[in-house]
Design a protein around this ligand. Sequence first.
Ligand code: 4NP
Length: 158
Amino acid sequence: MRVLFVCLGNICRSPTAEGVFRRLLEERGLAGRVSVDSCGVGPWHVGEAPDPRAREAAARRGLDLSDLRGRQLADADFERFDYLLAMDHDNLAELERRRPAGCEARIGLFLEFAERPGEAVPDPYFGGEGGFERVLDLIEAASRGLLAEIEARLEPPS
Ligand code: 4NP
């Protein structure tokens, strides 16, 4: 199973989701069965580490995002991933626009897994520090929901 988190710049929200969800997988012993990655729809931060404010907020929750590097969404991602999960409606619209015919991946808003259908993870880039804490709270909730769904798919009831 392969999961891709998608935001605009790949330096704030989606790398945070990658780090949070990867740690959950490790805690559940699923890191070898589920792979996780993140990307941005825009090109501006390719090759960059996550925003220092995102790294600091994650570090306060024991997460190290410093090894991650920005990359841009690629056509091959629609074949490589089972889930392409957008942080906001603009990212989702871009995924829907580029989705190739016949693509069977699940494409949607990440916060659907936090029982917040139709809601976005607010872009914290132009805001204050509090935005990054809010991003983490929302991403932690959605990650728990996504993990539950993936665990059910990996181990269907007999
Ligand atoms: P992200 O945040 O999409 O959560 O990584 C942003 C990062 C950079 C920009 C906008 C949002 N930017 O305009 O450069």
